[in-house]
Write a protein that binds this ligand. Structure first.
Ligand code: PGA
Length: 243
């Protein structure tokens, strides 16, 4: 069976509850059994998204790796699943860069997300200096191995990977479809499981078709272009047309 596409939006720190209501009032993507749609919204917008999201899956952008306790300001996986949240982004490059998240945190959070019953979306990707130095494949392999050597086959299949070259995030500069496919094929060769691999980094309505048509690209993790309902819908449409 073909791996279904996953078209995932990452709103980052954008769209509070009122903007979330407005987004979903205007968002009506056509459905297809092989195209899943997910929106990862700020914690405070989860209630509005869960009520208004229609058939879209709703995810968070982070979780803590314990269930409860003295962790001021944190939110646990079990809190999220009890609300109805079914996915969570883990180890986004902004979390690694600004909040000190390491491969060890990413592993703990991935385990907790799986234990809580959520789909973890584990982000990996090299920075520009690593790409220029030609070490990008090694960097991504280290990030993947840190998590996937510790998961069993069922856990690995239930996890999603997002390959996001850091130099392409929010910069308008996208990896070429060939660069994306090359890394996705490498990641696939390291995995024993049928894990889906999304591409992220300036994916938009104009470049989505070329990226999504690569054989090892199973969807997208989309930042800027997921904030506007029409732009995001057009990426969902592109995925549907490719099926
Ligand atoms: P971008 O963000 O689409 O705005 O580049 C992608 C991401 O950071 O997940």
């Amino acid at each position: 069976m073909r791996r279904p596409y996953l078209i995932a939006g990452n709103w980052k720190m954008n769209h509070g509850p009122a903007e979330t209501e407005a987004f979903f009032a205007a968002f009506e993507a056509p459905r297809h059994p092989e195209v899943e749609v997910l929106l990862c919204v700020p914690y405070v917008s989860l209630p509005a998204a869960l009520v208004r999201g229609g058939y879209a899956r709703i995810g968070a952008q982070n979780l803590h790796f314990e269930n409860d306790g003295a962790f001021t300001g944190e939110i646990s996986g079990s809190m999220l699943t009890k609300m109805g949240v079914d996915s969570v982004i883990i180890g986004h490059s902004e979390r690694r860069q600004y909040f000190g998240e390491t491969d060890a945190h990413v592993l703990k959070k991935t385990r907790k997300a799986l234990e809580s019953g959520m789909t973890p979306i584990v982000c990996v990707g090299e920075v520009l200096a690593e790409r220029r130095a030609g070490t990008h494949v090694d960097v991504v392999k280290r990030q993947i191995d840190a998590v996937f050597t510790q998961l069993d086959a069922a856990q690995a299949s239930a996890t999603v990977i997002a390959y996001e070259p850091v130099w392409a995030i929010g910069t308008g500069e996208t990896a070429t479809p060939e660069q994306a496919q090359e890394m996705h094929a490498a990641i696939r060769s390291w995995l024993a499981s049928d894990t889906r691999i999304l591409y992220g980094g300036s994916m938009n309505a104009a470049n989505a078709e070329a990226l999504l048509s690569q054989p090892d690209v199973d969807g997208g993790l989309i930042g800027g272009a997921s904030l506007k309902p029409d732009l995001f819908m057009s990426i969902v449409q592109t995925a549907i047309q490719l099926r």
